[in-house]
Design a protein around this ligand. Structure first.
Ligand code: 13P
Length: 249
């Protein structure tokens, strides 16, 4: 286990309801204190209520996406400035579901990360290969290309981001990467970050995401370059999410 403080982030994706969220947040907040940093990323409409529910706790919140633009005629988009106004500490950018279903390019993801940082919101930049890419031996090339666009665009600010390695084949499938598979990619990513940011890379948080559950979290989080998790399905049940946070603490 490394000495960086771990971070566990719940990505609720398009799940939730006002009543269900209140119960979930109650369950998480009631289980404090955690020995790690904890955040939840609900859908946009619930951010205000999440902020109220978590006020006075050390649990943070964030969003699942933001626009690359500051403001303007971009129907349906939400700016980083708006997220900042609602107290978002984080915003997930470049999730594989957005890359796949919304055609987001590496450059667009990089521009979103830049827009977030400009508003003081920490982008959680997701990278990850598909099953076909892994089987073709392209994992390293794919994740390095995805991260390179962000490093290039952010330049000296690249050290300010959180990176999440989420192999697409492990998301929502119950098929998690082995700790060794995940660690191997995290080590690559940290080396790439070190080349760009120097020793800052040793303080950066690199999260793993993809079928993290209470029963596999501890072993994943024990790897040298894994600094926590980005949790999908298991973040929707307080008991599971809390157990994962405990595994990180
Ligand atoms: P699951 O934990 O449901 O596999 O989702 C992972 C993910 O995509 C988090 O962003």
């Amino acid at each position: 286990m490394n000495t960086r403080r771990k971070l566990v982030v719940g990505n609720w994706k398009m799940h939730g309801s006002r009543k269900g969220n209140a119960e979930l947040l109650d369950g998480i907040a009631g289980a404090r204190p955690f020995g790690c940093d904890v955040a939840v990323c609900p859908p946009f409409p619930y951010l205000a209520e999440t902020a109220v529910a978590l006020a006075g706790t050390d649990i943070r919140w964030g969003a699942q996406d933001c626009s690359a633009h500051e403001q303007g005629a971009y129907t349906g988009e939400v700016s980083a400035g708006m997220l900042q106004e609602f107290g978002c500490r984080y915003v997930i950018v470049g999730h594989s579901e957005r890359r796949a279903y919304h055609g987001e390019s590496d450059q667009l993801v990089a521009d979103k990360a830049k827009a977030a940082l400009a508003r003081g919101v920490t982008p959680i930049v997701c990278v990850g290969e598909t099953l076909a890419q892994r089987e073709a031996g392209e994992t390293a090339d794919v994740v390095k290309r995805q991260l390179a666009a962000v490093i290039h665009t952010l330049a000296h600010c690249a050290g300010e981001i959180v990176v999440a390695y989420e192999p697409v084949w492990a998301i929502g499938t119950g098929r998690t990467a082995t700790p060794e598979q995940a660690q191997a990619v995290h080590a690559l990513l940290r080396a790439q970050l070190r080349a760009a940011t120097g020793s800052r890379a040793d303080e950066m948080k690199l999260l793993y995401g993809g079928s993290v559950k209470p029963d596999n979290a501890r072993e994943l989080f024990a790897q040298a370059d894994i600094d926590g998790g980005l949790i999908g399905g298991a973040s929707l049940k307080a008991a599971d999410f809390v157990a994962i946070c405990r595994a990180a603490g």
